[in-house]
Ligand binder design. Structure first.
Ligand code: XMP
Length: 518
């Protein structure tokens, strides 16, 4: 916890809501960090959190190998709040009895607070219909150790909230972090402010100042390089590293030939003229398209693009003397993926960014955004003076348009896709919908269909429009675009893009589909 004095540590027992807990705490301007459930006691001592939250999780405490808090956690004297599985783990470790319940509870329940306590401060005044809490558990506490008392119950959970009689340990059977728990935020605030005594001092402004100072200190007189794409994460990273070390930072921008129309020029302008950074630009279009010749399989395409990118980057970086650091725009969700005790999930697609670089280059890593969620990165960008247009950009995949055309990548297809993409962007921005959706883009299909234009038969390609709402790209739903917007997209694409005579709309959610087609 390098940036602030007051922070809350969240120990992850595998809950789908772990990130949400950290987010809710950060929304209160208190720094929060997630670590695995068995994070060593010595590390916790050196982090000095003001409070510890034990997340929920899918396990049962009585099962062989169930994750349990580290020995000595409760001896630290730091306030602990166990949520769902976290509560059961506390009860279990203190000698209570937890068993599978015949009355599993999923969904809303009404809680009744039985005892006045700092955790439920302000609850007296809340009417019954607003005391809704979100349950999601199959186990329940059958026997509470004598050292604990019950603070609240629901109809199905006689032990819904507990606290230790003389130590700072609390537990909740429900999830205060989800929106369905109507006053969950108040409970979390009671914990972090009244119980742990945190000050709300963690802001993006303070983050920028402190992290720039930290980068300056660790870099000293040496040089830093970093791969940039013009996307939100790498641009914010670059603006921050640039603020810290100025001209000793060399952002490297590789044009892989699969960028959007005018994108290379815009990115160069942004880095050189707006951010005043020492941009190194290399156009490797021919190399990428050469390597991709005849490659059809989507995974193979991604691998070829990823490998070529690393080769080109290493070659460009080699031209700068005495580099000691590699800066990356890694975000918190990427870090947590590798922290979670369940381990990373299966690879559906190999995402090509700069993941393979550190192995190839024996440089020290700087990852200034490693503690931030996407919306926090956008805030940091604004603090650094980036415009809404830049921080509000839709995500664009590393392999670019290459994974938005099926079958092989050719210059002809790239031209069709660039023209269609430019129309989609223009029309969606004009309709005021750009900011309201996660992503919108065209995909070129490798099929031709029959059409008729000016009395002539045509036999041309098909463009798909894909537009999705999403919070983090992990799940997504297709956007219900107004018909008139769809009509304009279709008209303009068919009229203006040569080689296309049909436009269709993708109405698949993720899962079971993915956002990109490849
Ligand atoms: P999928 O297609 O996996 O996409 O549902 C989820 C989100 O990730 C983006 N995406 C990528 N981003 N490098 C990236 O930086 C990649 O290789 C890559 N592939 C997919 C995609 O645009 C969507 O926002």
């Amino acid at each position: 916890m390098p940036y602030v004095t007051d922070s809350i540590l969240v120990l992850d027992f595998g809950s789908q809501y772990t990130q949400l807990i950290a987010r809710r705490i950060r929304e209160e301007k208190v720094y929060s960090e997630i670590q695995p459930f068995d994070y060593p006691i010595e590390s916790i001592e050196s982090l000095k959190p003001k409070g510890i939250v034990l997340s929920g999780g899918p396990s049962s405490v009585y099962e062989e190998g169930a994750p349990l808090p580290s020995e000595g956690l409760f001896e630290l004297g730091i306030p602990v709040l166990g949520i769902c599985y976290g509560l059961q783990a506390i009860a279990w470790q203190w000698g209570g009895e937890v068993a599978h319940s015949n009355r599993r509870e999923y969904g809303p329940a009404i809680i009744e607070v039985l005892k006045k306590d700092a955790l439920f401060e302000g609850f007296e005044a809340i009417p019954e219909n607003e005391r809704k809490v979100w349950m999601s558990h199959g186990d329940r506490i059958e026997n509470l150790p004598d050292t604990f008392e019950i603070l609240a119950k629901t109809e199905n959970s006689p032990v819904c909230a507990i606290r230790h009689v003389d130590r700072p340990i609390w537990g909740l059977q429900f999830h205060p972090e989800v929106h369905h728990t109507v006053h969950g935020k108040r409970i979390l605030k009671n914990f972090i402010f009244s119980i742990c005594g945190c000050q709300p001092s963690w802001t993006m402004q303070s983050f920028v100042e402190e992290s720039a100072e930290k980068i300056r200190e660790s870099v000293g007189k040496e040089k830093v390089i970093g791969a940039v794409s013009g996307g939100v994460d790498s641009t914010v990273m670059a603006a921050l590293v640039g603020k810290a070390v100025g001209k000793r930072f060399f952002p490297i921008f590789v044009n892989n030939g699969m960028l959007r129309k005018n994108e290379a020029e815009e990115v160069i302008h942004l880095y050189r003229d707006v951010l005043h950074l020492n941009l190194i630009y290399h156009d490797a279009t021919e190399r990428f398209l050469g390597a991709l010749k005849g490659v059809i399989d989507p995974e193979e395409k991604r691998k070829v693009i990823g490998k070529t990118f690393i080769d080109v980057f290493v070659q460009e970086a080699g031209k700068i003397q005495d580099v000691a650091f590699l800066a990356q725009g890694t975000l918190y969700p990427d870090v947590i993926e590798s922290v979670s005790f369940k381990g990373p999930s299966v690879t559906i697609k190999s995402h090509h960014n700069v993941g393979g670089l550190p192995d190839k280059m024996p440089l020290k890593l700087i990852e200034p955004l490693r503690e931030l969620f996407k919306d926090e990165v956008r805030e940091v960008g604004k603090v650094l003076g980036l415009t809404d247009d830049i921080v509000g950009r839709h995500p664009f995949p590393g392999p670019g348009l290459g994974i938005r055309m099926l079958d092989d990548v050719t210059p002809e297809k790239l031209e069709i896709l660039r023209d269609a993409d430019a129309i989609v962007m223009e029309e969606v921005r004009r309709s005021g919908l750009y900011r309201k959706v996660w992503q919108v883009f065209p995909v070129l299909l490798p099929v031709r269909t029959v059409g008729v234009m000016g009395d002539e038969r045509t036999y041309e390609q098909v463009i798909v429009i894909r537009a999705v709402h999403s919070v983090d790209g992990m799940t997504a739903d297709w956007v219900r675009f107004p018909y008139d917007v769809l009509a304009r997209l279709s008209n303009r694409i068919i009229n203006e893009v040569r080689g296309v005579n049909r436009v269709v709309y993708d109405i698949s959610s993720k899962p079971p589909s993915t956002i990109e087609w490849e």
